[in-house]
Each structure stands twice: as C-alpha cells, then as structure tokens.
Design a protein around this ligand. Sequence first.
Ligand code: GLP
Length: 243
Amino acid sequence: MNILRVRDYASVSEKAKNIVLDRISDFSDTTIALPTGNTPDMMYSLLVKEYQSGKVDFSDVVIFNLDEYVGMDPENPYSYNYYIHNRFLKHVKTERSYVPNGLAEDLDRECEAYEDKIKEEGNLDLALLGIGRNGHIGFNEPGTSFDSLTHVTDLSEDTMEANARFFPRDLDFPEKAITMGLKTIMGAREIILLASGNEKANAIREMILGEVTENLPASILQTHKNCNVIIDGDAASLLGNST
Ligand code: GLP
C-alpha cells in the first residue's frame, strides 16, 4: 500500500483527479470502477471541469459503477445510477458505462452478467474506492468473503444508519444492494482509495495497520500489488507516524 497523506479534502480530490488523468493519458481503452458517496464528489467535479476545458478525453474509457441499491429505480435521485450520471456521466462522453440494475427480476443473474461484462471489457484497469466507517468497500460489508464476486448483499445496521442521512424520511432506506465483490475489486490492476474526515480515521487505521481480516473488508487491500490510499489529516489522525 502506498499511503499519500495530504492536507485536506480538496487536496484528496485534486490528487485523485490527477492520478485518474495520468492513467487515462498513459493507456488507451481504460476500464475504471467508480464509487459513489460524499468523498468522490469533488473529484468528479474536478474531472468534469478538466473535460469541459478540453484537457481530457474519456471517449475510450469504460466505466463500471461499484454498486447499486436493490429495488431502486435508476431514475430515483437517491439511486447510485442517478448519482453517477448526475455527477459525472452526463457531463462527459465515455465509450460505455454500466451500473448494476437493482430492479432486475433475477438479481443473481444480474450479478453474474455484471461480472461477465467486466471480463468482456478486459477487466478493471483502475478501481477508485471510498470506504465506509466500518471498513466496507463498495458494499462489501464486514464478514464478506475475500473470494466474493459481484453479489447481492444485506446492508449492515451501521451502513444503513450512515447512508440514511441522505434519504428523505418518506423513502424507506434499502436493506440490500448489488456490489462488485472483493475478488472483483482486487482484480483491478490498480486501486485508489480516498478518505477524508475523522469519521473514517478508525477504519483507515485498521485497514492499514490492522490484520488482514474479512471483519474489515478494506484490509484486503494490504495484499494488492498496486494500491494508493489518499487521505487527509483527519482520516490519518489515528495512524501516528508509522506510515
Ligand atoms: C457507501 C458506498 C461506498 C462508499 C461509502 C462511503 O456505502 N457503497 O462505496 O465508499 O458509502 O461513503 P462516503 O464517501 O459518503 O462516506
């Protein structure tokens, strides 16, 4: 793991944006997994700005969203499909983009098809990740097998509590999601995880310094050959001087 400590949230976003731009210009036909959440928000605006000023071209980039809520209409403003379109995909021209369909009648088949699609596209070159405060990545909650592929998962109480903040009261918070599995994510040639704020400090400490355990899904990243972790001072606050 390569730990990049930067000052604040804006610097996390700037650094992540620069790495994405580098990778896109280094390779043609890049396949990228993208996260949702508050953390990558500013990185997406920066990428869109660069695109609008003509400094970057995503036309040979293929996008896979990491996850989606089960039962959520893609047009629903709280769906991850809506998020990624609204923040990023509607502003830039990509080659192709995919988001799991949380309304699929046969969810297991949807998961298999998603996994197959990633293979067909030549596997992931880059996976961008956020992290949940319980150490989840994508929606791989504590206890998820390190061998997991794209699958349907029950959301943990902690995740539902953390994410329900963004939901209106009259909309029931989904209890399940489709997520790329840990093995799917680990199959990416490069991984970049972003974290900002005190709320993530404990998960970041465990991910970097703790044991590699399915109880803290992000700890698997210690075993990836090319993983950059970009964190601000608050997210790094429990790391001491050890990294
Ligand atoms: C959700 C997503 C994750 C994301 C996490 C943290 O659970 N499935 O991919 O990393 O939230 O989100 P935030 O960046 O808003 O803290």
